[in-house]
Design a protein around this ligand. Sequence first.
Ligand SMILES: C[S@@+](CC[C@H](N)C(=O)[O-])C[C@H]1O[C@@H](n2cnc3c(N)ncnc32)[C@H](O)[C@@H]1O
Length: 212
Amino acid sequence: MSEDRFQQLRKIVPAVSRETVEALAAFETLFRKWSSAINLASPSTLPHIWERHILDSAQLLPLASQARKWLDLGSGGGFPGVVLAILLKERIGSSVDLVESNGKKAAFLRTAIAQAGAPGRVHAERIEAMWERIGTTDIVTARALASLRDLFALAEPWLTSGATALFQKGRDYRREIEESHDDWAFDLVEHPSAVGKESVILEISNLRKIRR
Ligand SMILES: C[S@@+](CC[C@H](N)C(=O)[O-])C[C@H]1O[C@@H](n2cnc3c(N)ncnc32)[C@H](O)[C@@H]1O
């Protein structure tokens, strides 16, 4: 493991151990191996997995330092869900539920979680069917899954039951916020991304549906 990577991650997650950085590097290797067989990420991002995907996912952890129960919707190749599960191994009593309806991707997620011995459970199901199975949670994450408005519809049961959302969003995020206000009211904190210049993490709590 390179010292550079260890220091980069320490800037984002200050208490991270060398063992955890090694587990993340092993996840990156597994990701590359499976990417040649199934489509896990856009090929243009493959040379930059560490920065574009792993650090981008890791930056969510310090925003919820007390959270124990995490839920990642549409986990795809494991961002941010697998990265968070690997980091949460150091936080006793924490876990991540990962929901991914694509069977091949879910098989990859299970392999990655098992390889790392991370506290994650993979559900090869549709998000819409998961509320009763998973129940309340502290944090809901989702990256590159849907517009904010559609994310609210998918995550409504959790976000109206006390969970906080941490949604990574790109440069169009202001338009998405505006559009979502047609149907939803919520408390919002905008965090600048530590990784992408024009990106943000939207911390959303107290979601309410507007009844007209
Ligand atoms: C564009 S990918 C993003 C994956 C990952 N979060 C990332 O940032 O790399 C969206 C993923 O969500 C999954 N997905 C979309 N709609 C879903 C649903 N309703 N239930 C479960 N998974 C869903 C897709 O199969 C796909 O793997």
